[in-house]
Design a protein around this ligand. Structure first.
Ligand SMILES: Nc1ncnc2c1ncn2[C@@H]1O[C@H](COP(=O)(O)OP(=O)(O)OP(=O)(O)O)[C@@H](O)[C@H]1O
Ligand SMILES: [Mg+2]
Length: 314
């Protein structure tokens, strides 16, 4: 298949993978378009690393088909590796090399010169650390170095396995900023795995939620939320549950869920601004006191809980 702007640059068809009796991937189908940032979001053990390693040609699926830029891995390894940039969930560096020496080593694999190393130090904001030994880097700096290595060959496709897991919020935002500016400048496509819904929401055009080796949902954030039953949520705590009135005749109210341990009520509603005054009036009439009232938009976490009964980060 020829490469073009309308063709997916990654196509995974009906991918299955088992490790002994563990089903890691169970019929995964995904497509990634050029310049598109996609988050693979799922809890521990969902199958994210297995899937990206299959896309990266590091593992073979038991069945199914993978193409990158319209080509299979078999027979095209050298060409495909020139077009992709990878960072792994855990990267082991040579601790006794400096940051610049590490980048030069990887640059030599692609026959790139020192000017490219300087550019990368600038892109990932590690210029001040160019002479630092890798073993003395912080977690965030190591991740930036891993990202720098992935970017050396100006890849058309970047695949990052949990690039910000374990980082503090400042380091995480710094990585996001690097990826945002990359998106603006280079038109690189990216697949990023994560447990963090904010990461997917903040960085990615498309979100693919996976759990137990299956795709549960995919689309833009807007599409995922539009597909959910309701997009608006009202939450509050009730002081005395015996006074809580009956809302069964309220059409705008789709669902009520109680957290019994805290008496926290979560209402999924169609139209908060219309519903809220009626809600307050009815509670007042019943003498039912509430606290900690808040209204918010549905999040990916709400959707994940609805789909699986669990939180993403459990
Ligand atoms: N080499 C292996 N041998 C046996 N089982 C494996 C192996 N690699 C992964 N698994 C199992 O396959 C399933 C999917 O694992 P995978 O590493 O792909 O998940 P993940 O979504 O990347 O998880 P995490 O968020 O913890 O990185 C898990 O149940 C895991 O225990
Ligand atoms: Mg993983």
């Amino acid at each position: 298949m020829p490469e073009s702007a309308n063709q997916p640059i990654v196509r995974a068809l009906n991918i299955h993978k088992k490790y002994k009796d563990v089903v890691a991937l169970d019929g995964i189908e995904i497509e990634i378009m050029p310049s598109e940032f996609t988050a693979l979001l799922g809890p521990n053990g969902a199958g994210k690393t297995t899937l990206v390693e299959i896309i990266e040609g590091i593992q073979l699926p038991d069945s199914g088909e993978i193409t990158l830029f319209g080509k299979h891995w078999i027979g095209n390894k050298d060409e495909l590796y020139r077009q992709i940039g990878l960072s792994f969930q855990e990267t082991r560096f040579e601790d006794k090399l400096t940051v610049a020496e590490t980048l030069k080593l990887f640059a030599s694999f692609f026959r790139l010169n020192n000017a490219r190393v300087d550019e990368i130090l600038n892109i990932v904001n590690l210029e001040e650390k160019r002479k630092a030994y890798v073993m003395n880097l912080s977690g965030g700096q190591r991740q930036k170095l891993a990202l720098g290595i992935a970017l050396l060959n100006e890849p058309k496709l970047l695949i990052l396995d949990e690039p910000t897991t374990g980082l503090d919020p400042t380091a995480r935002r710094e990585i996001w900023a690097i990826l945002h500016s990359l998106k603006k400048k280079q038109g690189t496509a990216m697949i990023l795995t994560s447990h963090y819904m904010e990461e997917a929401e903040n960085l990615c055009d498309k979100i693919i939620i996976i759990d137990k080796g299956k795709v549960l949902a995919k689309g833009t954030l807007k599409e995922l939320i539009a597909d959910s039953k309701t997009s608006e949520i009202i939450q509050f705590k009730v002081n005395d549950r015996s006074l809580f009135p009956d809302f069964s005749s309220f059409n705008d109210l789709r669902e009520i869920n109680w957290d019994d341990s805290t008496n926290l009520v979560t209402m999924n509603v169609d139209n908060t601004s219309a519903f809220l005054p009626e809600l307050i009036a009815k509670l007042n009439n019943a003498g039912c006191k509430i606290s900690e009232l808040r209204c918010r938009y549905v999040t990916l976490d709400d959707l994940f809980i609805r789909m699986t009964g669990r939180k993403l980060t459990d």
